[in-house]
Design a protein around this ligand. Structure first.
Ligand code: PGA
Length: 236
């Protein structure tokens, strides 16, 4: 069954070269895209990507921004700088940022507020880890993340990314996705787009997109496979 248009975000993480970007852009150009793509390459490729994206269904996202609008923060990138590259979106609070850069809910909220002030739509990531899932406290953890991370303005998206499903090849079951998404939907209301992320592949993306309250997917590893990702965008 063909799915109705959804959001497919591709998170390249710390992967990708200018040559790979060029290949992907020309490949997507030739496709009949059904879904809306938000491509999130590394910072270094954003300007080049923006110059060469000529498709209405493709927009650009960064993978992070700093919580302050500007200042002495060596090595960081501000939300305004991200916006200036042509981005419309920015991923905030990805579990890899939480894990390797000590980002907590309070910081995620400030970053999301800063991004919105700069005219970006944050894709705010939430998700329980394996121990929390096994203890049966996933929904409680998620509720807490939602209460602590969400900005006042409703100009954001949520990505539910169970930490144990990211990069492991073990996506959450459709039943778990449905349970969590309907729980999150009740917490955030009817209008905020809700994406699922964690080992989404060409094999499982269709049934995930057909699950209740799933408005799209956030794809890591599989977004680096040009043909697979292209097929997802065309719903093939
Ligand atoms: P994955 O990553 O698709 O490789 O599991 C998803 C993500 O980290 O956003």
């Amino acid at each position: 069954m063909m799915t109705s248009p959804k959001i497919i975000a591709g998170n390249w993480k710390m992967n990708g070269t200018a040559a790979f970007l060029k290949e992907c852009l020309s490949y997507w150009q030739g496709l009949d895209l059904i879904h809306d793509l938000v491509i999130c390459p590394p910072f270094t490729l954003l300007t080049e990507a923006n110059k060469n994206i000529h498709l209405s269904k493709v927009s650009l996202g960064a993978q992070d921004c700093h919580q302050k609008p500007l200042g002495a923060f060596t090595g960081n990138i501000s939300a305004d700088q991200v916006k200036e590259t042509g981005c419309s979106h920015v991923i905030i609070g990805h579990s890899e940022r939480r894990q390797y850069h000590g980002e907590n809910n309070d910081l995620v909220k400030v970053k999301a507020e800063t991004a919105i002030l700069s005219g970006l739509k944050p894709i705010i990531c939430v998700g329980e880890n394996l121990a929390e899932r096994e203890q049966g406290s996933a929904l409680e953890v998620l509720k807490n993340q939602i209460e602590e991370c969400l900005p006042k303005s409703p100009e954001f998206l949520i990505a539910y990314e169970p930490v144990w499903a990211i990069g492991t090849g073990k996506a959450a079951s459709l039943k778990d996705i449905e349970e969590v998404h309907s729980f999150l939907r009740r917490l955030i209301g009817p209008y905020i787009p809700l994406l699922y992320g964690g080992s989404v592949t060409l094999e499982n993306y269709k049934e995930i997109l057909l699950t209740n309250n799933v408005d799209g997917v956030l794809v890591g590893g599989a977004s680096l496979k040009k043909e697979d990702f292209g097929r997802m965008l065309c719903d093939q």
